[in-house]
Design a protein around this ligand. Structure first.
Ligand code: GLU
Length: 474
């Protein structure tokens, strides 16, 4: 009898059983297993491999623990927590909102972001200003998402509210369906939409749905064992104190903060109509000069909107807008020839990059090189000197960016060698390229378009537990 009691006690308390703590399991395995999702602010596969804020955060923890990182996406977002419960993953880093239903299944690390769930509509499509307007509309949300939970709660006050949780879909696919007119509304996190609106300019926020939500990592749970949570808490405390956490999100979200409908529409159109003609040239130029083709394409877009006939009043020409002098120096004899222009521009940028002092790391190196490409090496040097005079760091793009506009003020430009320059110009220039580059990275990410083919079976819908298909959906 006493033995039985002991066994019963031990079943509930890992401390008196032989089960190692979760942290020990990770260390013994030598591997941190992280489940994530495919989204521009979580994780996606870029030209140099995986990227995205969640990926970088997970990478940081694995490195700090000295273990291998295995990061993967389940077939469907609603399987994310199952991966933790079944212990196939230790951590879910997937832009997860902390909800009471989820708390019953898993632990959470510290909140690192606040998001607002937003109802998204299509311009020219059905509009809504409040929950009442959603009744009888075709609404799809990601199955198992916090948005599905919020809708379920709202249904108590609005019994007619109906929606379809879609399995196997990501934010991007639902927005695609909304833009195509297949549905009337979807719900996504505000942070997701900050990026997505650059790809779907005809979509807009109808209204915020419910309260703001806290986003955190979900953690595998083992009774009486806080080891993993403590390690994760310690990690976040450290990267927060060091500014690393804010830096990661700034890097992904800042370039896309600025939004303007007309130029976004033009960009998306040109992505389809013009880029395909020149893409292989950008790829070749990138290979030859050791740069990312999407960065070169972003420069080309900022310069000419990928128009080989572009001419500016100052006489620069072609896709990469080379001056006659630069073209001659680079052996470009026909500036309006797209191939020659792209090759010349890529070489010129690479030359600028090589002139940047070796101690300066990426990405500052690239941004400083771009500023030099735009305003000229000498003026950039002057701006870096002014940065230093004002106790800024001349090797940091952020600091130089803040000081470049001083080149328009006599008080400042009189103190440097080359004098006056339109210093705000390279600021806008680099800001725009950063934005185009971010969007291009996501638009061309290898995982992004793994959507079902036209002929494939319709996506599966789980309608409050029962399973239907697109064809059967109302
Ligand atoms: N934060 C949402 C959740 O926890 C997912 C993000 C989205 O679907 O926009 O389910």
């Amino acid at each position: 009898m006493r033995n039985l009691l002991l066994i019963l006690v031990c079943v509930g308390l890992s401390t008196c059983s032989a089960v190692p703590t979760l942290l020990t399991q990770v260390l013994t395995l030598g591997e941190l297993r992280v489940v994530t999702r495919n989204s521009p602010i979580s994780h996606y596969v870029g030209v140099d491999g995986p990227m995205g804020p969640e990926y970088e955060l997970a990478r940081g923890l694995a490195d700090a623990m000295g273990v291998r990182l295995t990061i993967y996406t389940p077939d469907s977002f609603d399987q994310t927590l199952d991966e933790l419960v079944s212990r196939r993953a230790h951590i879910a880093a997937a832009g997860l909102s902390v909800t009471s239903a989820r708390r019953r299944q898993v632990d959470f690390g510290p909140a690192y972001q606040t998001v607002r769930p937003q109802v998204i509509a299509r311009s020219g499509g059905r509009q809504a200003g409040s929950v009442e307007d959603l009744v009888d509309a075709r609404i799809e949300v990601i199955a198992g998402s916090s948005h599905a939970e919020v809708l379920l709660e709202l249904r108590q006050a609005h019994p007619q509210l109906a929606w379809q949780p879609v399995q196997g879909a990501e934010v991007d696919e639902l927005l695609y369906r909304l833009a195509a007119g297949d549905i009337d509304f979807t719900v996504v996190d505000s942070t997701e939409f900050i990026v997505a609106r650059h790809i779907y300019p005809d979509l807009r926020v109808a209204f915020d749905l419910g309260e703001a939500e806290q986003v955190a990592w979900a953690l595998s749970r083992q009774p009486g064992d806080h080891s993993l949570r403590e390690r994760v808490n310690g990690y976040f405390a450290q990267i927060e104190a060091e500014g690393v956490l804010a830096g990661i999100f700034r890097r992904y979200l800042e370039p896309v903060q600025e939004y303007d409908y007309v130029s976004t529409r033009a960009f998306v159109n040109h992505f389809d109509s013009r880029l395909p003609m020149y893409r292989s040239y950008f790829v070749e130029a990138a290979r030859e000069t050791g740069q990312d083709w999407r960065l070169l394409a972003a420069v080309g877009y900022q310069e000419s909107h990928w128009n080989p006939q572009a001419v500016s009043p100052t006489g620069v020409r072609g896709i990469m807008m080379l001056t006659q002098r630069t073209a001659t120096a680079l052996d470009v004899d026909d500036r309006v020839d797209p191939y020659q222009s792209i090759m010349g521009g890529a070489r010129y940028l690479s030359m600028m990059r090589e002139r940047i002092p070796e101690r300066i790391d990426e990405p500052d190196r690239t941004w400083l090189a771009l500023a030099a490409y735009n305003i000229g090496w000498g003026h950039l040097e002057d701006a870096r000197i002014l940065t230093e005079i004002n106790d800024g760091n001349p090797d940091s793009w952020e600091d130089v960016r803040a000081h470049l506009p001083l080149l328009t003020q006599r008080k400042w430009y009189s103190r440097v060698r080359r004098g006056f320059a339109r210093g705000w110009q390279p600021v806008h220039y680099v800001d725009n390229i950063q934005r185009y580059y971010s969007i291009l990275q996501w638009m061309t990410a290898s995982e992004r378009w793994e959507l079902p083919d036209e002929d494939d079976e319709a996506p599966q819908y789980e309608i409050y537990g029962s399973v239907g298909t697109a064809a059967g959906a109302p």
